[in-house]
Design a protein around this ligand. Sequence first.
Ligand SMILES: Cc1cc2nc3c(=O)[nH]c(=O)nc-3n(C[C@H](O)[C@H](O)[C@H](O)COP(=O)(O)OP(=O)(O)OC[C@H]3O[C@@H](n4cnc5c(N)ncnc54)[C@H](O)[C@@H]3O)c2cc1C
Length: 380
Amino acid sequence: MARMDAEVAVVGLGAWGSATLWRLAAEGVDAIGFDRFTPGHSLGSSHGGSRMFRITCLEHPGLVPLARRSRELWSQLEDSAGEQLFFPTGGLLIGPKDGHIAGGTLRASRTHDIKVRTLSARALAFRFPRHTAVPDHHMGVWEPSAGIIRPERAVQAAVRLAAEAGARVYPDTRIIAMKKVPGGVLLRTAERAVRVRQVVVTVGSWLSSLVPGLPLETLRMPITWFRPLEADRAFDLDRFPVFMRELDDGRVVWGNGAEGGFDVKLGLEERGQVSKPIDPDDSDRSVTPDDWADLSRLLPAKIPGLEPLPAKVAVCMLTRTPDGQFVIGRPGGDPRVVVAGGDNAHGFKHATGIGEALADIVRGGTTKVDLDFLAPDRFR
Ligand SMILES: Cc1cc2nc3c(=O)[nH]c(=O)nc-3n(C[C@H](O)[C@H](O)[C@H](O)COP(=O)(O)OP(=O)(O)OC[C@H]3O[C@@H](n4cnc5c(N)ncnc54)[C@H](O)[C@@H]3O)c2cc1C
């Protein structure tokens, strides 16, 4: 058999791949990691200063145990890295009582015995004064275990720890081709070929370029930061904590208060007009008024007190699957390839748990949390 350059290659060192490389290296696996850009960059899905963490995963009951395990691992990552990455602020899920966001959160909390507190629209406005415009037939669900995570620093910390544990890391190195060969996989960069026994493909929105055949769609998703009309402590993170708010028309505004030098961060869920399918390699990253127009229009009525024009805009990408769930496992059961993608814009919080699960899959073990419902072959 030809000589292997490493046991395992992790291709793509964003949120999921960096955590995978960290867990593999920590377990003593001979691993090598590649990213086409410098880890912690702003050209994929893992940038923008903050990501919401919550246990009440209304997206699928199977994600709650993954979020719980991820929370433990976020602490472990922080301890090992010696820096705070997770900020336990608590979080608000707001909307119609029987709606997707507040209603779904309440259902998830009851099914999985997650501590939450419900707030009427009046109680919500009293405790969180910038959520005054919530109508009476809506409610708030307060999840004390929610918080925000620093995405760029988390990625960089995981890559650094992986390297310290022995992983070889190649930033700014794109894998341009991937070919299965007997007993392994041959990866090609512009300069050389690398032979490994297994590859973990965690390239986010670029997954279809290396692993065709999965029903994935990449979408553009802007992030916007707004300033208060006048100095206003009620828009600070402690009084305007991370939230998702469903409106009567089904759109969802999400965000968090000003903190750490950032203004008030807001976004509008993908059903907004600007969220159109894109080719991740052919994406115009410049922003246009389309990126904030819908959100700006609804702010005065829904979250009054903010400047109508954003102070800053960034563009992010998400990858959608037909059922809204991730894709994690071995396509076709091939022992040489593991994939993880299809984040559907709710995957950051699970990055550490997913990294551990991918490392377990690579090592031939069972995952601590059952992820069979995310198997890539469910689409066949
Ligand atoms: C606007 C927005 C808000 C979000 N908010 C939340 C939130 O609050 N909470 C939450 O849990 N989730 C949230 N998400 C989702 C979350 O950010 C993603 O699920 C997560 O970042 C996905 O990480 P990833 O590793 O799959 O992708 P990425 O971080 O994009 O990583 C993929 C990596 O692969 C690299 N790559 C690509 N092709 C190659 C190649 N050929 N060779 C080498 N490297 C390659 C890229 O450079 C990139 O670094 C949000 C997403 C968006 C877009």
